[in-house]
Write a protein that binds this ligand. Structure first.
Ligand SMILES: [Zn+2]
Length: 264
């Protein structure tokens, strides 16, 4: 369904990008380096991004990399447990955080980044963006990023729309903000509380190079499956990366970056 939506939207993107091809480039400068230390001073002005755009649904198919992504939060109750577990397992993940929740738990949001995970934007108040006006959509994106920047001292790169709901207006707003749309390869549907073995079996069954797994940060069965899941995937040769690392490791995206340099 998402792929169909993207097909429909590609002409719009080409138009917005002044006639360049639908596979749209990513600015190198806005990709967080995988081993970059957390930015210390929140006062440091963030350089403006060029207006570029792309959708990441899957990483490089030739690399045995998997990105675990956790939506919503940070939750005062669940996130510390999840972070402890990820630290034990030595896995770095990507957290799509909600601005309002970051505002309530800024220390927790900061801990996510200090422990090497990637902070990503999941809007300010988690609405269905397709029901909002362009001005409201922009405010949700900008304020979501703003809260993360204030709490964590980093500028989030990826945006994931709440409920996966997006349309032309949302994409246009993201282009203006220079934020790529971070989607997923496998939706575990863990929010509907399936039993833990079902979530794990779904991921293992769909395991593939470059898989982006959509999980939620406050679901107990998701938390429970992690040790076994990670062990099994590692046994199959997979390593765990953040979305920015995944994007950096893709020759296709590297090519887009090169083209972006020529365009801007
Ligand atoms: Zn969500």
């Amino acid at each position: 369904m998402v792929a169909r939506r993207i097909d429909r939207l590609l002409p719009l993107l080409a138009l917005l990008l002044g006639g360049c091809q639908p596979d749209i480039p990513l600015p190198t400068s806005s990709v967080q380096k995988e081993d970059a230390p957390p930015v210390k001073a929140v006062e440091v002005p963030i350089p403006p991004r060029p207006h570029l755009f792309f959708v990441l649904e899957r990483g490089e198919p030739t690399r045995k990399e998997i990105a675990l992504t956790f939506d919503d939060g940070p939750h005062p109750e669940f996130t510390p447990m999840l972070l402890d577990r990820l630290k034990q397992l030595q896995v770095h993940a990507t957290f799509f955080m909600v601005g309002e929740m970051v505002k309530e738990s800024p220390q927790l949001a900061k801990r996510i980044v200090t422990e090497g995970h990637e902070a990503a934007n999941h809007s300010y108040s988690h609405p269905n963006l397709t029901r909002l006006t362009p001005t409201e959509i922009r405010a949700e994106i900008v304020q979501g990023s703003e809260q993360i920047r204030k709490a964590c001292g980093v500028d989030p790169l990826f945006f994931r729309p709440p409920g996966g709901n997006y349309d032309e207006k949302v994409m246009e707003a993201l282009i203006k903000e220079g934020m790529p749309l971070g989607l997923w390869t496998h939706n575990t549907q863990d929010f509907s509380n399936p039993p833990a073995p079902q979530i794990e079996a779904g991921i293992l069954h769909n395991a593939q190079n470059g898989m982006i797994v959509l999980l939620h940060s406050s679901i107990m069965p998701t938390y429970e499956i992690l040790p076994d899941l990670v062990a099994k995937l590692r046994k199959q040769g997979y390593t765990f990366v953040t979305l920015s690392q995944m994007a950096q490791h893709s020759p296709e995206l590297a090519e887009r970056i090169e083209r972006a340099k020529q365009l801007y």
